[in-house]
Design a protein around this ligand. Structure first.
Ligand code: M6R
Length: 610
C-alpha cells in the first residue's frame, strides 16, 4: 500500500527520496512523487506509473535540496494519474503533504473549504487535508499547530508528512492507523512508512504510535500527541540488514523467498525446541503461559495467507492442545460484535503486523478483556507492539507481495505454541519428542522439495494457459489447498478455488471437464484413501490431475496425470511441506505468462486501509 519517505539534513535529498521509494515499491503502488524545498524554492514532481519513470523525470531537472518528502500511491479515491498522485500542495505551492490512509469525512471538510474559497485539483481525500492545514496557516498558526488543528477535524486513518516553505527547518508527521517511523542520523533525520525505505542510512528507529505527531528537524525530533502533550519515545536499534531486502541474485523476491525457506524455517525454530523434554520454549509467552493454557477458547484472527495459517493452527490446537479454536477473518470479526470473554485468548497472525483489519480485531479483542497474542514477522510492528504478548516468526524480510516464507514460518510458530500448550496438558514427553524430531527434520525435507524447482517449472509450461484451477486437500492439507489457490490467483490472475476435497461433490464437481486442472494434495496421511476416492471422481469426469504426493507412493501415478513427490512428515506439519511445491507452481506459471510476480496488479504487500 502507499509508501512514505522524508529527509531533512545536509545532503541532497533527491537520490535519498528516489532510492527510498524504490525500496517501498514492493508494497504495491500505481504512481509516485516527491516535493522538495531549498533556499526558498519549492518543487513538486509526480507521475503515474513506476518510480523509475519519476527518477528519469527528476534527473533531467537536476534538483538539489536538503529537505523533501516522497510518496508511492496505491489509489483509493480517484484513478491513478499524475494529478491524484502525492504530494499534494496548497494553491501557491508552499505547503506539501503526503498521506497514507483514508480521510472518511473528506466530503464534509471539502464542502466547508469550498465555501471559504478553496478549489481542488484532484479527486483524492488527501488533498482536502493539505487545504485544511493551509486554512489554519492562513490564520497565522505555525505549521505544527496547524497540523494538530486540522487533524482534530479529521475522521479516518492517516500517516502523513508535511513540509512548508515558510518553516523549512522541519518535517511534521502524524500517525493514526498507518505506520510511520522516524530514522535518526548524524545531522540528518528521516521519516518513512517502513524501515526498509531508510535502512541504507540508519538503524536507529523511533516507532510512532497512533495519535502521535512528531516534529523532525536536522538535529532532533520531538513527539507529542495530537492534543500537544509531549511524549518520551524509545530509540530502537534494528537488526535488519540491507542484504535481507535485496534480491540476492534471484530474478524475483518471490523466488528468493521461496528458496530461503530451509533457512527461514530453521530460524523460526532456533533456540525454541527442547528435544530431551519433547517441549518448546517461547520467551515471548512466558508471562502469559498459564492464562493461555487455561483458555476457555482460542480465536485466531487474520487476513489472506495469515488466515490460512490460522486454519492450520485450528487443527493443531484442537488435536494436540485440546482447546476449542475458531478462526475468523479479521475484517468480519471486527464488525460482528463477537462474544469474547476474559477467559478467551485471541491470536492475531500478521506477517507485516500492520494489516488494518487485523489490528482492529486486536483492539476489539483487547477491549473485551481477552488475552491478546500476536504472531508477526516485522519486528516492532504495530500488532506486535499492541499485543499483550507474542511470538515473532523470524522469517526475515518478506518483500514479494505473495507471502511464501512467512506462511511456512507462521506454521512453525503455531506448531511451537501447540507443543508448549499440549505438553502442559496431556501430551507425554515421548509424544512431544516425536514432534520435536519431526520439526528438526523439516529443513532437510524442504531442501529436498526445493530441488524439484525445474520439474515444477516444466509443469508450469504445461498449465500456464489454463483459465481455472481447483485445489483440493483434506484435514491439515485443506488450508494448504486454499493457500495454493490464493498464490496462483494473486500472481498469475488465473481463477483458482481451494476446497476441502470431499466438498467438491457438493458443487464444484460441476466445473470438472478436460480443461480443468485439479491439484490434489494427496500425501499418505489419515485421509489418504478418501482423497484417492475424490481423485477417482475427477478422473471419471476427464479432469487433468496434478497430485502433491508422498515420495514412496507409486500407486498414485496410475491415477493422476502428473505427480510431485515430496517427503512425509507428521500430519500436523504436512502443510509446511505441501505448500512449497504449490508456491513454485504459482511462481513459474506467472513468470511464464510474463507477469510482474513481485508486484501483482492491484495488490499491496501490507493492507493498511479497510
Ligand atoms: O501482513 P499480513 O500477514 O497481515 O497480510 C495479510 C494479507 O494481506 C496477506 O497474507 C495477503 O493475502 C498476501 N498477498 C498473500 O500472499
Amino acid at each position: 500500500m502507499c509508501g512514505i519517505i522524508g529527509y531533512i539534513g545536509e545532503k541532497n535529498c533527491v537520490p535519498i527520496l528516489i532510492n527510498g521509494l524504490k525500496r517501498l515499491e514492493y508494497r504495491g503502488y500505481d504512481s509516485a512523487g516527491i516535493s522538495i524545498i531549498n533556499n526558498g524554492n519549492t518543487c513538486i514532481v509526480k507521475n503515474k506509473g513506476k518510480v523509475s519513470a519519476l527518477e528519469e523525470k527528476v534527473s533531467l531537472m537536476k534538483l538539489n535540496a536538503v529537505l523533501g518528502i516522497g510518496h508511492t500511491r496505491w489509489a483509493t479515491h480517484g484513478i491513478p494519474n499524475e494529478i491524484n498522485a502525492h504530494p499534494h500542495s496548497n494553491e501557491d505551492n508552499t505547503l506539501f503533504l503526503i498521506h497514507n490512509g483514508i480521510i472518511e469525512n473528506y466530503q464534509t471538510i471539502k464542502k466547508g473549504l469550498k465555501q471559504i474559497g478553496y478549489s481542488f485539483r484532484s479527486e483524492t481525500d488527501s488533498e482536502v487535508l493539505v487545504m485544511l492545514i493551509d486554512s489554519f496557516l492562513k490564520k497565522n498558526y505555525p505549521l505544527t499547530k496547524a497540523v494538530q488543528l486540522a487533524l482534530s477535524e479529521v475522521e479516518g486513518t492517516y500517516g502523513i508528512a508535511v513540509i512548508y516553505k515558510d518553516e523549512p527547518d522541519k518535517i511534521v508527521v502524524a500517525r493514526k492507523g498507518s505506520p510511520l517511523v522516524v530514522g535518526l542520523g548524524e545531522n540528518e533525520n528521516f521519516i518513512a512508512s517502513d524501515v526498509s525505505a531508510i535502512l541504507a542510512h540508519t538503524k536507529q528507529i523511533v516507532y510512532l504510535d497512533d495519535g502521535e505527531l512528531a516534529v523532525i528537524t536536522k538535529n532532533g525530533f520531538l513527539v507529542k500527541t495530537i492534543l500537544d502533550i509531549e511524549i518520551e519515545k524509545e530509540v530502537h536499534e534494528i537488526s535488519m540488514s540491507l542484504d535481507e531486502i535485496d534480491k540476492g541474485g534471484y530474478s524475483h523476491f518471490m523466488l528468493k523467498e521461496i528458496m530461503e525457506q530451509t533457512e527461514s524455517v530453521t530460524n523460526s525454530m532456533r533456540g525454541r525446541l527442547l528435544l530431551e523434554d519433547g517441549d518448546a520454549k517461547l520467551g515471548g509467552l512466558a508471562n502469559v503461559i498459564d492464562k493461555l493454557v487455561n483458555s476457555n477458547r482460542i480465536i485466531i484472527s487474520a487476513c489472506g495467507t495469515s488466515w490460512h495459517a490460522g486454519l492450520v493452527g485450528e487443527y493443531m490446537f484442537e488435536q494436540y492442545a485440546r482447546i476449542q479454536t475458531e478462526v475468523e477473518y479479521a475484517s468480519e470479526f471486527r464488525y460482528r460484535n463477537p462474544i469474547i470473554t476474559n477467559e478467551d485468548t485471541v491470536i492475531l497472525i500478521s506477517q507485516s503486523g500492520e494489516t488494518a483489519d487485523t489490528l482492529a480485531a486486536l483492539r476489539e479483542a483487547k477491549s473485551r478483556g481477552a488475552l491478546v497474542l500476536g504472531i508477526c514477522n516485522v519486528v516492532g510492528s504495530t500488532i506486535a507492539r499492541e499485543s499483550n504478548a507474542g511470538v515473532y516468526i523470524h522469517a526475515g524480510s518478506e518483500i514479494g507481495v505473495a507471502s511464501t516464507k512467512a506462511f511456512t514460518s507462521q506454521l512453525i510458530v503455531l506448531a511451537l505454541i501447540t507443543l508448549l500448550i499440549a505438553r502442559k496438558k496431556s501430551l507425554s514427553a515421548a509424544e512431544g519428542k516425536e514432534l520435536v524430531e519431526a520439526m528438526q527434520e523439516l529443513p532437510d525435507k524442504i531442501s529436498h522439495i526445493l530441488k524439484l524447482n525445474d520439474t515444477i517449472e516444466q509443469l508450469a509450461e504445461e498449465f500456464k494457459d489454463s483459465k481455472n484451477f481447483l485445489y483440493l486437500g483434506r484435514g491439515y492439507n485443506f488450508p494448504a489447498a486454499l493457500e495454493g489457490a490464493l498464490k496462483l490467483k494473486e500472481i498469475s490472475y488465473i481463477h483458482a478455488e481451494g476446497y476441502p476435497a470431499a466438498e467438491m461433490k457438493h458443487g464444484p464437481i460441476a466445473l470438472i471437464d478436460e480443461k480443468m486442472p485439479v491439484v490434489f494434495i494427496a500425501t499418505k496421511d489419515s485421509t489418504y484413501e478418501k482423497v484417492i476416492s475424490n481423485i477417482e471422481e475427477v478422473r471419471a469426469r476427464g479432469g487433468r490431475i496434478i497430485a502433491i504426493a508422498s515420495e514412496n507412493d507409486e500407486e498414485i501415478d496410475t491415477l493422476v496425470d502428473y505427480s510431485i513427490k515430496i517427503p512425509d512428515t507428521v500430519e500436523m506439519l504436512r502443510p509446511v511441506l505441501t505448500s512449497i511445491p504449490l508456491q513454485l507452481l504459482a511462481y513459474h506459471i506467472a513468470v511464464k505468462k510474463g507477469l510482474n510476480v513481485d508486484q501483482p496488479r492491484n495488490l499491496a504487500k501490507s493492507v493498511t486501509v479497510e
